[in-house]
Design a protein around this ligand. Structure first.
Ligand SMILES: *Cc1c(COP(=O)(O)O)cnc(C)c1O
Length: 468
């Protein structure tokens, strides 16, 4: 018998009670948070799809592993388990532990980026680009045009435009490019994968010019699943084999273990060059801790090692990606505009389409995220003009093509009925969109990563929804 939807490949051993806040609480909490879902208190949120980062449910085996964490300051057994597991599954020769992904980005940027250098990538990620910019580098987007088109159903919207990349190298000069950064999957494009063939083409072009390739491996396992299901040659290979083949095409990786690895905190930097490893370790000592713990407790390293082994299991990654697709498909069936195809970790609403009557300067995505929370207690987050920030030189607002609200799904936390509630809530606001007349304006705008702490007020009055 065929089943339309296979059940989650786990059962629940421990539960965390939650309850639905009253409408008045939602209304008041949104105003206390300055209409910014980033500033909500978690107790005021019902279903929290703010991020899939560090919000995953750990397995019984991970919790058990935490109990045997070796907390020795130097050379902990837990570090060696962590180290050997990463080497085994990701293949980098040198593994440097850090407290989370951005710490690896900080360290590799400090080691490799210099003032005036250029960094091509398949769309930016905020923390990655900021560390490049803080070290004097300039990011250059070389993703295929489809990556910026929410309606394109291209199966690998995270691919590089190899022509664009070649032109960038020619125009800027290979000597000004420390490395090409490869996102897999591409978070800001909607969790979209890069194909193995495209990654191989990037590698080849980089080799021609002696340029390094650095992988952002946060969701490389989700990417591996898409390669397996969408790239014919890889259909019969295991997720572990595909992951290793992807990493093989790169010289280094920055990793946030808060994503694929089911951990609540942690990360690492993997490199092949012994010289770069030594340079990076000296930075870890300054910013993170000794090079055998890098800001993590021994128990965190145990949880990550165990999590990696679980993450490459086929039923695990299948359930993860299919749950995201389930939510996306329910919205598609109700004609809610979403980024297509549905990505690996999140469903992205195309706020510019839903609120096409709200000007971009009034931040339709921020407005839509606020409206959905106010009506349902479901928390998503803006991924559009607010997240893109201002241009470092001109100070003008960057207006990316994509103006999205992201609903990221924590791994193994919510069930299908939670997804149904989320879908119903989003569909409800979508159907009431004509009652949202205006957007939001800044009341407070921080200089760096402004989306986390910005505060807003409605352009007009104090309500988002006009009366019927
Ligand atoms: C989360 C993330 C990072 C940064 O990792 P943190 O652990 O949050 O510091 C970098 N790149 C991508 C694609 C991410 O999703």
């Amino acid at each position: 018998m065929d089943h339309a939807y296979l059940p989650e490949p786990w059962r629940i051993k421990a539960v965390e009670p939650m309850s639905r806040p009253a409408p008045a609480t939602l209304h008041a909490s949104l105003r206390k948070a300055g209409f910014n879902t980033c500033l909500l208190h978690s107790r005021d949120v019902y279903i929290d799809l703010f991020t899939d980062s560090g919000t995953n449910a750990m397995s019984a085996a991970q919790w058990a592993a935490m109990m045997v964490g070796d907390e020795a300051y130097a050379g902990a057994t837990s570090f060696y388990r962590f180290h050997d597991t990463i080497r085994g599954y990701y293949g980098y020769e040198h593994i440097i532990p850090v407290h989370q992904g951005r710490a690896a980005e900080n360290i590799i940027s400090q080691c490799l980026v210099w003032p005036g250098s250029n960094l091509p990538g398949n769309m930016y990620f905020p923390s990655t680009r900021i560390h490049q910019e803080l070290n004097g580098g300039t990011f250059h987007d070389a993703i295929i045009d489809e990556g910026h088109d929410p309606s394109s159903a291209h199966p690998f919207k995270g691919n590089f435009d190899i022509g664009k990349l070649r032109d960038l190298i020619k125009r800027l000069g290979a000597a000004t490019i420390p490395y090409v950064c490869v996102g897999a999957t591409v978070n800001m494009a909607g969790g979209q994968p890069i194909s193995m063939a495209n990654l191989a083409a990037v590698r080849e072009l980089a080799n021609e010019h002696g340029i390094m390739v650095v992988l952002d491996a946060a969701r490389a396992i989700e990417n591996a699943w898409f390669i397996k299901t969408r790239e014919e040659e890889w259909r019969d290979r295991s997720i572990a084999e595909i992951l290793l083949a992807m990493c093989d095409l790169t010289d280094a990786a920055t990793m946030s273990a808060k994503k694929d690895s089911f951990a609540n905190i942690g990360g690492w930097l993997g490199v092949r060059s012994a010289e770069l490893a030594e340079q990076a370790r000296s930075k870890v000592l300054l910013y993170e801790g000794l090079h055998t713990y890098g800001g993590m407790a021994g128990r965190d390293m145990e949880a990550i090692a165990q999590g990696i082994e679980e993450s490459v299991q086929e039923d695990s990654i299948r359930a993860r990606v299919e749950q995201v697709a389930y939510l996306g498909n329910r919205l598609i069936a109700a004609d809610v505009p979403v980024v297509m195809p549905i990505g690996g970790h999140a469903v992205y609403l195309d706020a510019a389409a839903t609120l096409s009557h709200v000007p971009r300067e009034e931040f339709p995505a921020q407005t839509l995220a606020a409206a959905i929370y106010e009506r349902s207690g479901v928390r998503g987050v803006e991924r559009g003009a607010i997240s893109a920030g201002r241009h470092p030189e001109t100070g003008a607002n960057r207006m990316p093509k994509l103006e999205l609200v992201r609903f990221a799904i924590p791994r193994r936390v919510y069930t299908r009925s939670h997804m149904d509630f989320v879908a119903d809530s989003i569909i409800d606001v979508h159907r009431s969109r004509h009652r949202i007349l205006r957007g939001l304006r800044f009341v407070h705008e921080p200089k760096h990563l402004r989306f986390f702490q910005a505060r807003f007020e409605p352009m007009q009055g104090s309500e988002l929804f006009a009366d019927e």
